[in-house]
Design a protein around this ligand. Structure first.
Ligand SMILES: Cc1ncc(COP(=O)(O)O)c(C=O)c1O
Length: 459
């Protein structure tokens, strides 16, 4: 399939429309079942909760074909990794060219130019204040956040990090300490130290009648007054818009007030934009919605154009205060991943995909909001740019989480050829995070399939 972004209007209708959803077997199909059994033979049970039905054979743009020849519309884009869809021709070409020059040049053996070029490229997209910052590259979101935590502790000489509840920052010991959710922390509590949790400004689940910003800011103040004095706190880390916790968008005045409180107390702000950065929310970086510049920004998912790449950009004075050798990664900033990342940023710029995310995102959100009129299950519909969450409840007044129903909708959607996910602290949020360049007709097909799935489960 010719990618919609090459040589034509993004999202324009093409003859490729015939290549939309196509379900030709029961799901999962016979080959998928066999593949799943083989998978379980060698892969630990720790991985069995992850979309067990979709066994991919190939992907092009926003379409995924499984091993049985079923074709799905992907409104999840590899949970936000495939910002410009699967196998974009420009990225595929750059990967081949860079790999031909050497697949791994170790940056600890000698400075690899593309490592620096990637950081120079990504920081140019960042808000003033970080645009002349400097960075470090690892392989994942968790590594990006780990690096930020280490730098914040090193720079301030203070031990504590404040995170928000709910939040998600990764699954390594350090980032898991910051991440909320009892399930992932089970049997690990003793080693998850040095973190305090304040409230995420989660309007839908804030106390009734409360001013959400006051409520959330007071919870940070309470930590500083009652648990960890500012002298002990290095940084506060937050997802600027929270993806994994269910697409939660802070009120406009929260981040400016938070930043002031932190600055007044000598505490750094780490903005985790692993999931919401690089155009996803209709700005290059979600912090731009709030007019605030963090001291450290972390990124990953789409950064390597689908290859593993994560990292951070810190204020220049901070980044250069870090002593050589205090942190490192063998594979971090792999040259092929860096080149793929530069190409991806190039496509986002050339095809004006951030601007497109605003336009397409607003219309999509309007259509998803109509679900709340049609289905009793829908408690709240949230979205920014191309990131959407529908929070489901069995009781509108009590807001009782409808996790079972959310899973049923995800599975019904899958059987109709649509890839989505469920997320949130209660697992009751249906999340959509399509590629920035998804063709309009595939988005339409996906929303229609979602609508039918809600209808089926609401019966
Ligand atoms: C906001 C955020 N931070 C960190 C991570 C961890 O990233 P990774 O799975 O690449 O370690 C994720 C992953 O979903 C994320 O959404």
């Amino acid at each position: 399939m010719k990618a919609s972004t090459e040589g034509g209007a993004v999202g324009a209708r093409t003859e490729d429309h015939e290549k939309g959803i196509r379900i030709v077997t029961e799901l999962p199909g016979p080959k998928a079942k066999e593949a799943l059994a083989n998978f379980k033979e060698s892969v630990s049970s720790v991985m069995y909760n992850i979309q067990p039905f979709l066994v991919p054979e190939s992907g092009e743009g926003s379409l995924i074909t499984d091993v049985d020849g079923n074709r799905f519309v992907d409104l999840l884009s590899g949970v936000g990794v495939n910002a410009i869809g699967q196998a974009h021709p420009k990225v595929v070409r750059v990967i081949a060219e860079e790999a031909a020059r050497g697949i791994h040049h170790n940056v600890h053996v000698g400075p690899v130019p593309v490592y620096g070029r990637f950081l120079a490229t990504i920081r140019e997209t960042m808000p003033e204040g970080l645009r002349n910052g400097k960075g470090f590259l690892g392989n994942s979101g968790a590594e990006a956040d780990e690096a930020a935590f280490k730098l914040a502790r090193y720079y301030t000489g203070k031990p504590t990090i404040i995170a928000l509840d709910p939040c998600f920052h990764g699954r390594t010991m350090g980032t898991l300490a910051a991440t909320t959710g009892a399930k992932g922390r089970r049997k690990l509590a003793g080693v998850l130290t040095g973190i305090r949790h304040a409230k995420y400004p989660y309007a839908y689940r804030a106390p009734e009648g409360a001013n959400v910003t006051d409520w959330a800011i007071e919870s940070v103040e309470n930590i500083l007054q009652q648990q960890s004095p500012a002298d002990d706190v290095a940084a506060l880390v937050m997802e600027t818009i929270a993806g994994e916790p269910g697409v939660i968008i802070p009120p406009k005045d929260y981040l400016p007030r938070l930043k002031k409180l932190l600055t007044d107390n000598g505490i750094l702000l780490i903005s985790d934009e692993v999931q919401v950065g690089m155009g996803k929310t209709g700005r290059w970086w979600a912090v731009e919605h709030f007019g605030v510049t963090p001291d450290i920004m972390t990124f990953a998912k789409p950064a390597g154009g689908g290859l593993p790449l994560g990292g951070m950009i810190a204020r220049r004075d901070l980044a250069d205060a870090w002593s050589a050798g205090h942190h490192a990664s063998t594979f971090g900033g792999n040259p092929v991943a860096c080149a793929a990342g530069i190409a991806t940023i190039g496509v986002i710029k050339e095809d004006k995909l951030v601007e497109r995310a605003v336009k397409v995102g607003e219309e999509t959100l309007r259509r998803l909001r109509e679900f709340a009129d049609r289905y009793e299950l829908v408690g709240d519909v949230r979205g920014q740019g191309m990131l959407f969450g529908l929070e489901l409840v069995t009781d509108q007044r009590r807001k009782t989480p409808a996790a079972k129903e959310a899973t049923s909708i995800k599975e019904a959607a899958f059987r109709r050829g649509l890839i989505t996910s469920t997320t949130g602290p209660f697992g009751n949020v249906v999340r959509l995070t399509p590629a920035l360049n998804i063709q309009q007709e595939y988005l339409d097909e996906g929303i229609e399939a979602l609508d039918q799935s809600f209808k089926e489960v609401s019966k």
